[in-house]
Write a protein that binds this ligand. Structure first.
Ligand SMILES: Cc1ncc(COP(=O)(O)O)c(C=O)c1O
Ligand SMILES: N[C@@H](CCOP(=O)(O)O)C(=O)O
Length: 477
């Protein structure tokens, strides 16, 4: 399988090439030339598989240049109960992503039982093992460059710490993450981990990652790779749990389900969109935003209008404080019939700080066929959902999952079972849980007192040249 850029002006590449390469040279994001299709016979067989075997089946369709035995070994090493057993004590960790039933038709798919207590671990642990494998084969090094609003950063650092030939430079919005998220990242003392707190929001940090990646000479000289969902391998690993969640919530492959997805950078729901394009019977993909509702605005009005830093709010679901959703470009590529020139036209406006509007185009009429619904959730909604879940079911959810549940319950078609993706554990957002419930969330014993550990991080303005100088100074020549 080959991968092409959403902007239509880059050579087609293999899975391993884009694994290490990140952003396409024309500034676009890679996608498969065609989505592989899953037959009914495959769906029937996959229903019975363990998580690791299912991941192997799905990823075999994408990572076609990795020898089968090697891919199997990487996947088996990644998806073990030992790695994914940091969640609630009453979860069935052997399932890797257990499905928690709230009532006959409403479920939570637990994706946050990995080492950093967020869904990012589902793909990031695999990415760490894929990087290690590909770099060893090529006898190469990689300087990973990433942006985080709170969870990608710690997931990447935990997955890459101590890995040979890999350094991680992670940009985070200074002072905007929860105390727990900051401690998870900044307390790491490994010599291959570099935390840089940017005076700005996540969008500024992500823009810097893209600017550095678009400097092709710098990228080649310093062997820059990415761990954000810019990296196709991240998205492909996230596709797996849509299949797993679907099988767990249904009895047969004749049924359809709705997935509700707390969204920010559009990576998670993009994986759902691709699972659906591959043939998974998804009846609805429900996108939930917090007060930063750029994506909800698009699905309601056809206008995509990213906001600047001043109009991006700090909320109690901080990992979704995003106004410029990177992966949205992947979805729009499909929406416009994979017309790279059209994507270039739209993103020339977005990259210049503007917007685009599809309302009076055929693309708007095309939108319903992708089965998206959307809505937004506010701080008060979050508190209410957290309280209701706790009182009614004795289940504590984090603030982002609460956004997903609120919007999912509002937007679902009643005929469909609703699977809400749990994107983090409450322990990461204790302040809001305290406000909602008057009690502290539980956390795994090994993370007790993490906020009291010494922290190290470099504070920097959102200045690409300063960042490049920092990287040059910390990468041995
Ligand atoms: C806890 C949590 N929920 C939801 C999201 C939004 O996911 P995505 O950026 O894939 O849309 C993020 C960040 O990505 C997150 O960390
Ligand atoms: N919410 C994310 C933002 C980055 O998303 P990614 O999926 O593109 O890595 C975070 O927690 O950092």
């Amino acid at each position: 399988m080959k991968y092409i850029s959403t902007r239509g002006n880059a050579p087609a590449k293999t899975f391993t090439e884009i694994l290490l390469g990140g952003l396409a040279p024309d500034g676009g994001l890679y996608l498969p030339e065609q989505y592989p299709q899953v037959t009914r016979a495959e769906l029937d067989a996959w229903r019975k598989l363990s998580y690791a075997d299912l991941a192997f089946a799905v990823l075999s369709k994408f990572a076609t240049d990795i020898p089968v035995a090697d891919l199997k070994a990487i996947v088996d090493k990644t998806y073990t109960a030992a790695v994914y057993s940091n969640g609630r004590a009453d979860s069935d960790f052997s399932q890797i992503t257990p499905l928690r039933k709230l009532d006959d038709n409403v479920f939570i798919l637990e994706l946050s039982n990995g080492p950093t207590l967020a869904f990012k671990d589902m793909a990031m642990q695999l990415l760490g093992n894929l990087f290690e494998y590909a770099l060893a084969k090529q006898n190469e090094e990689l300087n990973i460059f990433g942006a985080t609003s709170g969870d990608t950063g710690s997931a990447a650092e935990y997955a890459m710490r101590g890995k040979k030939g890999i350094r991680v430079f992670m940009l985070s919005p200074n002072g905007k993450m929860s105390a727990f998220q900051r401690a998870q990242m900044y307390s790491l003392q490994d010599p291959n981990i570099f935390n840089i707190a940017i005076n700005g929001m996540f969008d500024d940090a992500q823009d810097m990652v893209k600017a550095v990646s678009n400097d092709h000479a710098f990228k080649a000289k310093y062997k820059i790779g990415t761990v954000n969902s810019i990296n196709w391998a991240r998205v492909s690993a996230q596709i797996v749990y849509y299949f797993k969640g679907y099988f767990a919530a249904t009895q047969s492959n004749d049924e359809h389900v709705a997935f509700s997805v707390p969204s920010g950078n559009f990576g998670n729901i993009c994986a759902g969109h691709i699972a659906r394009m591959m043939g998974l019977p998804i009846g609805q993909l429900i996108l939930a935003t917090n007060e930063n509702d750029v994506l909800d605005e698009f699905f309601r009005t056809g206008v995509y209008r990213p906001r600047d830093t001043r109009h991006t709010y700090e909320t109690s679901s901080p990992s979704m404080d995003i106004s410029k959703a990177s992966n949205f470009e992947r979805f729009v590529f499909d929406l416009v019939g994979r017309d790279g020139a059209k994507v270039r036209e739209f993103w020339s406006k977005v990259d210049a700080g503007g917007s685009f509007d599809i309302k009076d185009t055929p693309y708007w009429d095309n939108l319903p066929k992708f089965d998206f619904a959307s809505g937004k959730s506010t701080h008060q909604d979050r508190l209410k959902t957290i309280r209701e879940l706790w009182e009614e079911y004795g289940v504590m959810v984090d603030t982002h999952t609460a956004d997903g549940l609120k919007v999912g319950l509002e937007q679902r078609r009643p005929s469909l079972p609703l699977v809400c993706l749990e994107t983090a554990l409450p322990a990461k957002f204790a302040e809001t849980i305290q406000e909602a419930l008057g009690r502290q969330p539980e956390r795994p014993a090994k993370l007790e007192g993490i906020e009291n550990l010494p922290q190290r991080c470099e504070v920097m303005d959102a200045d690409v040249e300063k960042l490049k100088a920092y990287i040059s100074a910390h990468v041995p020549q």
